[in-house]
Design a protein. Sequence first.
Length: 489
Amino acid sequence: MLTMGKWHKSAVAWMTITLSKMTGATKPSVVAPPCNAMVPELPVHGAFSKQQLGSASVWDWTLKSGCRYALWGVPEMASCLKEKWLVLVGASNSEMWTMQLANMLVPGALSTKRDNFTVDGASTQLIDLIIKDGKVIYRNVVVDKDVLKSRKGMHSFERDHVVLRDAFNNVSIPNYVEGAIRITNFLGEFFDHVQLSTDAIDNATKWAKVDLTMVVSIGLWYMNSVNCWWQKDWCAVRPMYTPPQMKQEQLFAKFRFGMSCAMSVLQKYCSPGGRAGRLGCTVTSIEHCSFSKGKVWEDTHKTLVEGISDYKSKHLRFLDVWTLMQNMPEGTIGEHQSPVGMLWSWQPLLGSICKASQHTAGSNLAVFKGSMCHAEEVERHCSKKQALAKGYQHGWECMMEDLCMLAPQTLEGAMQLHAVTEMHIMQALSARPVATIAGSLAGLLVLLSLVAAGLRRRRSPQALFASQEELVAVAKECSSDELERNGLA
C-alpha cells in the first residue's frame, strides 16, 4: 500500500507523463502567423475548442487558413480605438455589439434601464458615445417614442428619410475631443439607411479630421418582412415589403437592389480619398443560430454573400458572421449572439482596424469571465420572465447586467503553466483532503488538455482537421425567448 508521500510522487509523475503524451513535445515548433485582417474577406472557416475552468471558459479558434487572430483585451481595445470614430450601422444585433464593446471600455457605459431605451431593432435610432481616459464624457441615445407605441409602418421609406435623417444628424452636436474614442450606432434595418448614415457623418464637420471606420450589419429585416409579418405588427415596420403587398421574390429583388446601391456608396466612402478611406469598412452577414433553417434564411445569407462579391476589397471587407457562428459551440438569445459570440466577432473586426501589438498578436487562448457569457447562462439568469421582473424588456438586454469579459492568454502563458504544473499538484495534494484530490487533478487536466491541443496545432496547423473527434462544433438550441417569438413555445 502506498504511503501519502509516495502517492504524492506517483501523482506528480503521472501528471508529467500525461502532459508529455498530450503535447507530444515540450515546446511548439511552429506558431501560426497572425491573420491579415486587411483582406477582402476575413477568414472564419475553422473550428472552436473550449474547456470550462471553474467559472471561466477557455477557448481556442483554429482557422483552416492556417493563421490566427490576435485577441484584444480591454487595454488593447482602448489603445486601438483611441483617436478614432467607430461607426456601426445596424439594428438590434449591432446595438448589442455597441453595448458589449462600450461597456468593456467603461463599465456601465450603456444601460437600457438608465438610458431609457430598448434593444428592439426599431425604436432606438441613435446611440452616440465619447470616451476619454476610461470615462464616458458624452452620451446621447435617441429613441423614437412613436415606435414604442406601434411599430407598424414606422420605417416606411418616406418616414425614415425624414425622421431618421433628423435623428442621425444629432451626431453633429458634440465638439471634437482630442485623444477620445467615439462609438456611434445608427439604426439600420434596410440598406437605404446606409446613405442616411454617411450623410450624417459628413455633416459632423467638428469630427472631420478623425479617422473613421464603419461596420455595416443589415439584412435580417428583409427576411423578417416576409418571415414574421404575421406576428401582429412586430415585423411590419415597412408594410410595402410584407405580404400580400410584396411577394418573396419581389422582396429579394428589392433586397439585392438596395444592397447594390449601398455598396456603391460604401465602395467610394471606404476607399482612399473617402471619409473612411484610411481605415476602411466592413460589411457583415446576418448571424446564425440553430433556428436559422429553411430556404428564406439560406437565401438571405446567400444574397448578402453575393451582394458584396463585386465590391469587396481590402478597403471594403466582408465578415461572414453566419459561418463564424455555425462553427461555434455556442447558442443564441432570441436570434441575438451571446456575449461569447459577440466577443469572437469583435476579434477580426478590431484586427481590421488596428495592427496588433506584439503582446496582442501573441495571444491565442481566450478566457471568458462572467456569469452570463454563454447562452445557457443567460437563459438561467435572464429568461423572458426573469428579464421583465428585473425591469428589462428582453433577455439580451438583461445579460449586460453582469458583463462578460475576454482576457487573452498568450502561448507563453500556457507554457508557464506547463512549467508550474508540478508545483500546483503538490499544493493541491498537501492542502486538501484525499477525497477532493481527484477533483483537483481533473480540473487541472481540463486546462492542460486545452494547452496540449494548442501545442499540437502549433506543430501542425492542419492537425485539428485530421480527426473529427477533436473538433467541437456543436449547434446549440436557441433559447425559449426565440421559440416564443416564433410561436413555437
